[in-house]
Design a protein around this ligand. Structure first.
Ligand SMILES: Cc1cc2nc3c(=O)[nH]c(=O)nc-3n(C[C@H](O)[C@H](O)[C@H](O)COP(=O)(O)O)c2cc1C
Length: 179
């Protein structure tokens, strides 16, 4: 299978990034092809709502790094989103990418795709993670008609080093390996 992994942390050693890497390790060991897109480090414009794309009838006006992501995403079987919690939500880096999905909304809706969400947050409040999970389900399962096959919510992590020797690493690795 081909798996697109989009990271949303601006920190190369951030908790969500490390978890994405553990997931990738497991998935690669299983022989899957990985395309990784680190949204913070790529050149992607905000969607400006010009509607030129018609939600997938025409290509987006911007010729930026989303073009590469688009090609890889549309040939993938699984999409993995890994994000820190920023003010009870996905990071803005990830949200910017999701908004650009508008330009391929029709293609994504018509495509069979499975999705996974990985989140990292400092507080130990599951209700905050659940709000993110609900938003993820609304966007990907309900609106884009994709199939959720796993969610990992990580609590009590301020920095990536807080994950040292934690069970979360194994969980992410095992999820990758389970595909
Ligand atoms: C701008 C900002 C907003 C944050 N908002 C929250 C929050 O609402 N709830 C929470 O539990 N942690 C919050 N945090 C802490 C991060 O979610 C936490 O450090 C997370 O593990 C960072 O992920 P990363 O290491 O992958 O970047 C925030 C951190 C930043 C920098």
């Amino acid at each position: 299978m081909k798996i697109t992994v989009i990271t949303g942390s601006p920190r190369k050693n951030g908790g969500s990034t490390i978890l994405a890497e553990e997931f990738i390790k497991g998935a690669k060991e299983k022989g899957h092809e990985i395309y990784r897109f680190d949204s913070h480090f790529r050149d992607v414009h905000f969607c400006i709502g010009c509607n030129h794309c018609g939600m997938g009838e025409k290509t987006c006006i911007f010729k930026d790094d989303f073009v590469e992501l688009r090609e890889n995403l549309l040939s993938s079987d699984v999409l993995v989103l890994a994000t820190p919690m920023y003010y009870m939500d996905f990071s803005a880096q990830l949200k910017k990418i999701i908004d650009r999905f508008y330009s391929i909304n029709t293609q994504l809706t018509n495509k069979e795709m499975k999705t996974i969400l990985i989140t990292s947050q400092h507080s130990n409040l599951p209700e905050l993670a659940q709000e993110m999970n609900q938003k993820y389900e609304r966007i990907f399962s309900w609106w884009l008609k994709m199939e959720n096959i796993g969610i990992i919510n990580v609590y009590g992590v301020l920095n990536g080093s807080d994950l040292n020797n934690s069970e979360y690493l194994k969980q992410a690795y095992e999820l990758g390996k389970s595909l």
